[in-house]
Design a protein around this ligand. Structure first.
Ligand code: PLP
Length: 462
């Protein structure tokens, strides 16, 4: 993308007309994707709460529809506030671009379904967020797209499941809710040996905690609802594309490399591929999402929600560090607590994934951890009912501390066998550690754990 296009036209030399590439994600989180406009001089990104945009004349309108000029037509396709969010996300990842969606689930669906058709498959790690697991097992299956689940701890398992109909590899940066850390770079190598892209859901470890694109990953997915939004106010998602994957080399992606009949014969690879002929290099896959599934299915974010996610991004680096610092304290506290049987957190030295966690997540492997309360299901439920400061909700990575019992909620739609495969044991509690004062968090957990053992003693459980 042209630099001018990325940063907009600067109001005043020296004001915001700087070279974005020299700044760290912490700075880009505050500045990228927006330049105050000349008319209002508004410092904050404005909310463009509009469904449609004036055409200057009929030629302008025709050019926009024919992709001869870039610009806004209708907010289902693009919107200036959402555009600032997308550009900021892209800049923070060193990516070619991003497409924001109305939810994380929509981002996952668009990312996968844009490059898969009936009769084709993709290979995915098996320790996934429950909603993703269900999307892969039910709607995608009904559309004839097969998700092949493998134990993601060994990259060779991905390789064994690939065949000539495989279109992508998929996993999460840190498994939900077991907190497993897999060998992302090696899985990326497997994907690239077979000429297919590697897509990673990085919802639980956004920059500065982790940038998957620096470890061989091609496409990153977010539920913006979580740490990026950061305050539990809005649902949203995004697909971020590094932009250098060669969609043409393997001949497996005709939806991108051949004329698209759904868009009057546009060839996305010719116009937007990773080559010098392209008008906007590196955007072929994202344009296919935007002008294909987004246009046709319509899970576009509201401009107001995009604006809230921009506010979230601005403090994300600070909050991310505060979340992970508290999470490590909580993990250490739980590990030493008599009411806790086990703790799953790759930040603890005894975790089998600790060495990998240090390599991939030097600031700490996120702030979501699982632990087993002694006394099984009854004690786990009593713990959840006893917390006072922590909130019992179906969400993670709000600024507040959150708890849930996965087996009866987020993973409740799965069979007991599927639950175990996803790492969900009956007594597992998932905690998303917030940014409250750490002593206050530990005090609340301690009193709730003590209460859980009264339940266990009363029912005679050990
Ligand atoms: C890792 C992960 N990915 C995707 C999603 C789905 O996102 P959303 O709820 O924004 O649709 C979630 C939601 O919890 C999640 O935890």
């Amino acid at each position: 993308m042209e630099k001018a296009e990325r940063s907009g036209e600067a109001v005043d030399a020296g004001m915001t007309d700087f070279d974005l590439e020299h700044y760290s994600p912490d700075t880009l989180a505050l500045h990228a994707g927006h330049t105050p406009d000349k008319d209002t001089l508004s410092r904050a990104v404005p909310i463009y709460q509009t469904s449609s945009y004036l055409f200057r004349d009929t030629e302008h309108a025709a050019d926009l529809f024919d992709l001869k000029q870039s610009g806004n037509i209708y907010t289902r396709l693009s919107n200036p506030t959402t555009d600032a969010l997308e550009k900021r996300l892209a800049a923070m990842h060193g990516a070619a671009g991003a497409v924001a969606t109305a939810s994380g689930m929509a981002a996952i669906f668009y990312a996968v379904a844009t490059i898969t058709s009936a009769g084709q498959n993709f290979v995915t790690g098996d320790k996934l967020y429950g909603g993703t697991y269900t999307q892969f097992c039910f709607p995608l299956k009904r559309f004839g797209i097969e998700a092949r689940f493998v134990d993601s701890r060994d990259p060779a398992n991905f390789e064994r499941a690939i065949d000539e109909n495989t279109r992508l590899l998929y996993t999460e940066s840190i498994g939900n809710p077991k907190g497993n850390v897999d060998d992302i770079s090696e899985i990326a190598e497997v994907a690239h040996r077979h000429g297919i892209p590697f897509i990673v859901d990085n919802t639980v470890t956004p920059p500065p905690l982790f940038n998957p694109l620096e470890h061989g990953v091609d496409i990153v997915i977010y539920s913006l609802t979580k740490m990026i939004g950061g305050h539990g106010t809005s649902i949203g998602g995004a697909v971020v594309d590094k932009g250098d994957f060669d969609w043409q080399a393997s001949g497996r992606y005709p939806e991108i490399t051949e004329p698209d009949l759904a868009y009057h014969g546009v060839n996305f690879w010719e116009m937007f591929g990773a080559h010098e002929r392209a008008v906007s290099p590196g955007l072929a896959y994202l344009q296919k999402i935007r002008l294909g599934l987004m246009r046709d299915l319509g899970a576009a974010p509201s401009p107001f929600n995009s604006w809230l996610f921009i506010q979230g991004l601005e403090t994300l680096p600070l909050r991310a560090r505060a979340h992970t610092a508290n999470a490590l304290e909580v993990a250490r506290f739980l590990r030493g607590h008599p009411a806790v049987a086990s703790v799953d957190y790759a930040g603890l030295p005894e975790s089998p994934d600790h060495e990998r966690a240090l390599r991939y997540f030097p600031l700490g492997p996120g702030a979501v951890l699982g632990f087993e309360v002694r006394g099984g299901q009854a004690a786990g439920r009593r713990f959840i009912e006893s917390v006072k400061l922590a909130s019992h909700v179906a969400n993670i990575l709000d600024a507040k501390t959150l708890v849930i019992h996965p087996a009866s909620t987020t993973h409740g739609q799965l069979t007991p066998e599927e639950q175990l495969q996803a790492g969900v044991t009956p007594g597992l509690v998932r905690i998303s550690v917030g940014i409250e004062n750490i002593e206050d968090i530990l005090g609340d957990l301690d009193q709730a754990l003590r209460a859980s053992q009264e339940e266990a003693a009363a029912s005679g459980a050990s």
